[in-house]
Write a protein that binds this ligand. Structure first.
Ligand code: ADP
Length: 229
């Protein structure tokens, strides 16, 4: 589903490598944490997967296509199959919960009928069935991130990419959000999470890919955050 082969990324001449010969293979249906300190290369890697950036060298395959060489007309297909979740939620704050999720479906051309059926279903999945009419600014941080998750799954993506999804949440709420991501994964969606949240990584015992100064230094099944070199 995502495969990196000798992947390099450099933001400009004279800069150090943001990704330095990274190799991994992530299969369909996996749940993977990307960990590493700030500047390790996690965001760069996620941006390459959604082709917000192009690699300097090497191959990055997503859904079996080399995304670095993907023609422009294939980008909508790539992006509609990836649901994004952000640390700062990135919701339309003056709009309702319902509208935020419905808008994501409108963008890809879903019918009104489909939207009417699907939005209540995904709100139910994230436990927000009673908040459809609430304005985003009237919700707690945890509720806002639930909307973020509902929006991410609305179009039935093959993969969810979450960049520090719990970075703005207290520990209890963070755990709720991660449990939701796990249940989304159990329904078959591949989930990639970049995070600093040591407690959650250790508790979930999923695959952990560690980056350090752009290098992949460990890739462990049932990993914990703190590994010994
Ligand atoms: P992480 O997400 O793990 O904190 P990043 O992928 O953001 O790491 O950063 C990896 C490296 O790339 C760092 O050295 C960072 O300074 C550099 N970098 C990230 N984004 C840019 C950019 N837009 N321009 C130049 N350098 C960047």
């Amino acid at each position: 589903m995502v495969e990196a082969k000798n992947l390099f990324m450099k933001y400009g001449k004279g800069r150090q490598l943001a990704l330095d010969n990274v190799n991994f293979f992530i299969d369909r249906g996996e749940f993977v944490f990307f960990v590493g300190s700030s500047g390790a290369g996690k965001s760069t890697l996620l941006k390459l997967i959604i082709r917000e950036l192009k690699p300097t060298d090497g191959v990055l395959k997503v859904f079996n296509r080399d995304v670095g060489r993907l023609p422009r007309h294939r980008l909508p297909y790539l992006r509609r199959n990836i649901g994004m979740v952000f640390q700062d939620f990135r919701l339309m704050e003056e709009r309702s919960v319902y509208d935020n999720v419905a808008f994501a479906m409108t963008v890809i051309g879903s019918s009104r009928r489909e939207i009417k059926r699907r939005v209540p279903h995904v709100l139910n999945l994230v436990g927000l069935q009673d908040k459809a009419k609430a304005k985003i600014t009237d919700l707690s941080g945890g509720e806002q991130q639930r909307v973020g998750l509902a929006r991410a799954i609305a179009n039935r993506p093959a993969m969810i990419i979450a960049d520090e999804p719990t970075g703005n949440l207290d520990p209890g709420t963070a755990l709720d959000i991660m449990n939701l991501l796990r249940s989304i994964n159990l329904r078959g969606t591949t989930v990639l999470v970049a995070t600093h949240n040591r407690d959650i990584v250790d508790r979930f015992k999923k695959r952990v890919i560690y980056l350090e100064n752009g290098r992949l230094v460990a890739d462990e099944q049932k990993g914990i955050y703190t590994h010994v070199h």
